[in-house]
Design a protein around this ligand. Structure first.
Ligand code: NAD
Length: 317
């Protein structure tokens, strides 16, 4: 099978490519990535030595390039991860989020329709559901309404609807996953965990939004990759699957855990003005996916120390 992975040089995409190439040794892989500030060829540099992987440096918004790619490599399956992914950037500059996340997804969908693919899997986020109350809110299911509260989440919700519309209108075989916050190596250091490690290593103030009590549901990036694989093989076309590991933790508790691992004082924590439209809590119910046989294998308790050490080594070099 030929599997096209978009955004394969990013955080999750690079782990997904590695996981799939290790797991499916008879399949071929094509990666398209524009190598924006968040994409890093080094994340997959060793994989590029494998003749089963072809890397195309290119933009999913470029319909002519995408057409040539499909005509040349004839992907059977597309796993779509390429996106602008940072909420703060979407607040200061939303346009590129609409262009990549919505229009770019539309370009891929058109190519999938034209060339006929077995599956288009769209990687989305729990942020499309908006915020939960800190106390008593019931975790989001796939039936929860879409209520995004920032331009990033709105662009992802829009692309979800576009993907579903291609299934309903044209019968395109699609699936969608909506995942909680991922942790792991290879993440660009603007995201919470690598950012805090970077600041702490330099003994700089660690900026924590608002009162720090915002709660996020976290999942190890490899459990996310395993979940996408499970949906590709066992998921039903036209369906949405939530992915979460039921590891809810407040931002402030997570930052304290990182400081403890690094042996740095809590006094480095500095509370800063809250992010505009900052969602209080996300929590996700992934029972639908668990009924397909997937369960998370990793916990933050077991893996955070290793991940912090990985960033420490990389940032100090
Ligand atoms: P990332 O920002 O680390 O990587 C995105 C990748 O897409 C980068 O390699 C970038 O170069 C590439 N890209 C951006 N614009 C492109 C374009 N126009 N054409 C081609 N490539 C382009 O993001 P990530 O954290 O790995 O997220 C991957 C996907 O997973 C995104 O769709 C995101 O919405 C979703 N997601 C992320 C999380 C998370 O916690 N990080 C959680 C749920 C869902």
């Amino acid at each position: 099978m030929n599997i096209l992975v978009t955004g394969g040089c990013g955080f999750i995409g690079s782990h997904f490519l590695r996981y799939m190439m290790d797991t499916y040794t008879n399949d071929f892989f094509i990666c398209i990535d524009a190598l924006t500030y968040a994409g890093n060829r080094n994340n997959i540099i060793d994989l590029l030595e494998d003749s089963r992987l072809i890397m195309i440096e290119g933009d999913i918004r470029d319909a002519s390039l995408v057409d040539t790619l499909f005509a040349t490599y004839m992907p059977d399956v597309v796993v779509h991860l390429a996106a602008e992914s940072h909420v703060d950037r979407s607040i200061t500059g939303p346009q590129v989020f609409l262009e990549t996340n919505v229009m770019g997804t539309g370009v891929l969908l058109d190519a999938c329709l034209q060339y006929g693919i077995k599956r288009f899997h769209h990687v989305s986020t729990d942020e499309v559901y908006g915020a939960l109350q800190l106390e008593g809110g019931v975790p989001f299911t796939e039936e929860s309404s879409l209520a995004p509260t920032n331009p990033y989440a709105a662009s992802k919700a829009s692309s979800d609807l576009l993907v579903l519309s291609y299934h309903k209108t044209y019968g395109l075989p699609v699936t969608i996953s909506r995942c909680s916050n991922n942790y792991g190596t290879n993440q660009y250091p603007e995201k919470l965990i690598p950012l805090m490690i970077q600041k702490a290593l330099q003994d700089l103030p660690l900026p924590v939004y608002g009162d720090g009590l915002n709660v996020r549901d976290w999942i190890h990036v490899l459990d996310h990759c395993r979940a996408i694989d499970c949906i590709l093989h066992k998921g039903r076309v036209g369906e949405v699957y939530n992915i979460g590991a039921r590891e809810e933790i407040s931002n402030i508790d997570l930052v304290k855990r990182i400081l403890t691992i690094l042996g740095k004082p809590y006094e480095l924590i500095t509370y800063v003005e809250d992010r505009l439209g900052h969602d209080r809590r996300y929590a996700i119910d992934s029972s639908k996916l668990e009924r397909l046989g997937w369960v998370p294998e990793y916990t933050m308790e077991d893996t955070l120390v290793l991940i912090v050490q990985w960033y420490r080594k990389r940032l100090l070099n």
